[in-house]
Design a protein around this ligand. Structure first.
Ligand code: NAD
Ligand code: MG
Length: 397
């Protein structure tokens, strides 16, 4: 059952790109949304500012020292409960004083809080795609047992969810394929030789979306679309052959469902994450947003093209990882997160990212990843192996 209104929000990752947009959606709508809890990591100044404005009863930060520092930054007379670390995020996610949990921590760190929210029967607005890549089966099982409902914030999956008519997904048997659109990222039309010289700043400069650094790099390598193929398989229970990817540089068509009778149902909208966030937080009610209308005539044309698989191997690597069994996507994700961190730190080249992911998938013996401990172990081992490989000199293809 869906919670009523006003909904009490727990925003995990409130200081990030998605988190800030969620607060913009909630702001000034007390009849719909109140803020019960906010969680950030190390940007204490922004978290303190958000907390002072929305006055949630609970806050969470990454480290114990952050607790005292944050407390010292709050206005007099406001003394929320402040917790910290992985247990803190999970406890906020399961707290009885919230109805809707926005899972918007970046990376594998989002897994445990997402699982905690699913086990606690929450309405989960899921931005953290990595948690579905790591443990989609466990999360779905937790939802079945607790009655939790997952609504995808990721714009493509949100688009499909809207086109397919809600979480019941009654139409799925009639769907031939799901078609995920990809912007193509900042290097869509750059020659292959250019990719060898890509800098951090170039990779972070996305043409259509303003996002956190990790997903911006993922968009540039097309790993983001690879993770989204896996996310779609987990969310909609489809095999990867039934998830297509098409490059659509304008980012207006957010995805399509292709039916057996030839129909394609698409969702169109401005490239602004508040559309998907608002749809999830208020579901099934729509929350009006003050966004410029999509001007179709000004756009003139919408174009579509095939992804350049050879130049952006991460998309194929992600599909390949699914064929390896449950450990494949876990290793793929861990290798990618580690490689992206190294790239952002200036330690490896852009094209080392797919090389390191390929290394992780081809040199690891297949193992079972059917429970949480096994998943976390593969995640840890892969990170260590990728770091060692990168530090032992530039990896070779
Ligand atoms: P971001 O880097 O802007 O924000 C990340 C948030 O997570 C911050 O609040 C940060 O404090 C917190 N965080 C970082 N490490 C943490 C840790 N170890 N423990 C707890 N909290 C931690 O990232 P973002 O762009 O907002 O993306 C968040 C998630 O949403 C990602 O999984 C991303 O794939 C997904 N997503 C983002 C967008 C987008 O437009 N930004 C679109 C679709 C999906
Ligand atoms: Mg997306």
């Amino acid at each position: 059952a869906l919670p009523g209104f006003p909904r009490r929000l727990c925003l995990l990752g409130s200081t990030g790109s998605i988190g800030k947009n969620a607060l913009r959606v909630a702001e000034g709508r007390p009849e719909r949304f109140t803020v019960a809890a906010l969680a950030g990591a190390t940007n204490l100044a922004l978290l303190a500012e958000q907390a002072a404005r929305f006055r949630p009863a609970r806050l969470c930060v990454l480290t114990p020292s952050g607790v005292d520092a944050l407390a010292g930054m709050l206005p007099a007379g406001y003394a929320p409960d402040i917790v910290h670390g992985p247990e803190g995020y999970a406890s906020l996610a399961a707290d009885a004083d919230s109805d809707v949990v926005l899972s918007a921590i970046v990376g594998a760190a989002g897994l445990m809080p997402t699982l905690a929210a699913a086990r606690a029967g929450k309405l989960v607005a899921l931005a953290n795609k990595e948690s579905l890549v790591l443990a989609g089966d466990l999360i779905r099982q937790a939802c079945r047992e607790s009655g939790a409902v997952i609504l995808p914030v990721d714009s493509e999956h949100n688009a499909l969810f809207q086109a397919l008519g809600g979480p019941g997904l009654r139409e799925l048997p009639h769907v031939a394929t799901l078609v995920l659109t990809a912007s193509g990222g900042p290097f869509r039309d750059k020659p292959a030789a250019f990719l060898q010289t890509v800098t951090r700043e170039q990779a972070l400069n996305h043409p259509n979306w303003s996002m956190g650094p990790k997903i911006s790099v993922d968009s540039a390598t097309l790993m983001n679309k690879g993770l989204e193929v896996i996310e779609a398989c987990r969310l909609f229970g489809l095999p990867p052959e039934r998830v297509e990817v098409v490059v659509h540089p304008q980012s207006i068509v957010h995805s399509l469902a292709r039916y057996h009778d030839g129909s394609l149902l698409a969702h169109l909208g401005p490239p602004d994450m508040r559309v998907a966030i608002a749809y999830c937080l208020g579901y099934p009610r729509r929350t009006p947003l003050d966004l410029p209308a999509v001007d179709l005539v000004a756009l003139g044309s919408l174009t579509f093209e095939a992804p350049r698989h050879d130049d952006f191997p991460c998309l194929s690597l992600a599909r390949h990882s699914l064929s390896l069994g449950a450990w494949g996507p876990v290793a793929l994700n861990a290798a990618n997160e580690t490689a992206v961190e190294l790239f952002l730190a200036g330690r490896i080249a852009f094209l080392d990212i797919p090389r390191l992911v390929d290394f992780a998938l081809t040199t690891q013996a297949g193992v079972y990843a059917d429970d949480l401990d096994a998943i976390l172990e593969i995640d840890r081992t892969t990170r260590r192996r990728v770091r060692e490989r990168a530090e032992g000199g530039a990896p070779r293809g």
